[in-house]
Design a protein around this ligand. Structure first.
Ligand SMILES: Nc1ncnc2c1ncn2[C@@H]1O[C@H](COP(=O)(O)OP(=O)(O)OP(=O)(O)O)[C@@H](O)[C@H]1O
Ligand SMILES: [Mg+2]
Length: 352
């Protein structure tokens, strides 16, 4: 449906449309993604009117079949879930872990220590998403929010070549937004609606989702503010993924915390905010030259581990086919504890 202009909504005249547009809300999807509280904050409109507006927009889009209705039968949910696309990781091992690939309508968090392959994984997906559905892609583009200046077009070129694709065309379908600080990173996402539609974006990458928040909000004093803003960013990511039926992938670095004696001494930097919003959480770990990926938190995947590697083609299958899959041992402690209090993540940061 093309007709999602603000003025297609009854009661929205040119003045309101202008006010919203000036605040970066350009269409009905934007209204829903941002929500009444935020719209009231940024436009100065009364909360009551913004609530009415957002409800009307939701109704309008639900009637048009663009959005799921508020009250739906399980059969309808099932049908909407049938529309979920999957992006192959380009490897057999990780595809097994993801049960086919990285899903749309969901936020996938990849966390692990430096050099474990988070960025390489994102680069591989940037190429894979562009393939046809038969080949494991979604024929879609990418919006890559680069917060640590780690996006490398050269890597895209080599991964594209390894997949027999035209590197120039692959590069053309990736929009890179370099985020200079955490507010800018949030702003990029708030303004992303138009580009997601225009460029048929099917993959949204936030690499690293948490790094800038972490470096800007140091110490315990600012922790709650940081968690609040990070929470806003991560929820926005999840809502965009659902609204636009695209896959959102956020990376998150973990650091060793020497005060942990049992289990794996690492924690995701984002603390529990990221953990509770992500639909899927994958933990990457270095093991010599190999990498181990573990599905930590998923509504319907079993918790298991696979071994993968990194090479010219991005993330790759291990050379020894026997070593592909390790079933998780019963009773082993998960690496990152979601019940961890946010203050714990902050305490780790403060000492960093
Ligand atoms: N062309 C390549 N061939 C083989 N390995 C490569 C290639 N390019 C990068 N790597 C490996 O990828 C690893 C870096 O992975 P990556 O940058 O994805 O880590 P990361 O998890 O994003 O780390 P950080 O938290 O610091 O951002 C390095 O070990 C590097 O050797
Ligand atoms: Mg990285």
């Amino acid at each position: 449906m093309d007709d999602i202009r603000l003025d297609s909504l009854e009661g929205v005249g040119p003045v309101t449309a202008r006010k919203l547009s000036d605040a970066g809300v350009h269409n009905l999807m934007d209204l829903i993604v941002r929500g009444p509280v935020e719209i009231s904050d940024i436009t100065g409109m009364e909360k009551d009117s913004t609530e009415r507006l957002v409800n009307k927009a939701r109704q309008f889009l639900a009637d048009g079949g663009v959005l799921a209705k508020d009250f739906v039968s399980a059969a309808d949910i099932y049908k909407r879930r049938q529309e979920i696309g999957k992006i192959s990781t380009g490897t057999e091992c990780l595809d097994t872990l993801f049960d086919g690939g990285v899903e749309t309508q969901a936020l996938t968090e990849v966390y692990g220590e430096f050099g474990c392959g988070k960025t390489q994984f994102c680069h591989t997906l940037c190429v894979m998403v562009q393939k046809s559905q038969e080949e494991g892609g979604l024929e879609g583009g990418v919006l890559y929010i680069d917060s640590e200046n780690t996006f490398r077009p050269e890597r895209i070129v080599s991964i594209a070549k390894a997949n027999g694709m035209d590197p120039q065309r692959v590069l053309d379908n990736i929009v890179v937004a370099r985020a200079y600080n955490s507010s800018h990173q949030v702003l990029i996402l708030e303004e992303a609606g138009a580009i997601i539609r225009e460029s048929n974006i099917k993959l949204l990458v936030a690499d690293s989702a948490v790094g800038l928040f972490r470096s800007e909000y140091l110490g315990r004093g600012t922790l709650s503010e940081r968690q609040q803003r990070l929470n806003h960013f991560v929820h926005l990511l999840a809502r965009i993924a659902e609204t636009y039926n695209c896959a959102a992938v956020a990376t998150n670095q973990v650091m060793s915390s020497p005060d942990v004696f049992f289990g794996d001494p690492t924690k995701p930097i984002g603390g529990n905010v990221v953990a509770h919003t992500s639909t899927y959480r994958i933990y990457f770990k270095k093991s010599g030259k190999k990498r181990i990926a573990r599905m930590v938190d998923s509504p319907h995947h079993p918790e298991e581990e696979v071994i993968f590697g990194i090479g010219e083609a991005g993330v790759i299958d291990p050379e020894d086919p026997k070593a592909k899959k390790i079933k998780k041992k019963a009773g082993a402690a998960p690496p990152a504890n979601d019940t961890e209090d946010a203050a714990d993540a902050g305490a780790t940061d403060a000492g960093n």
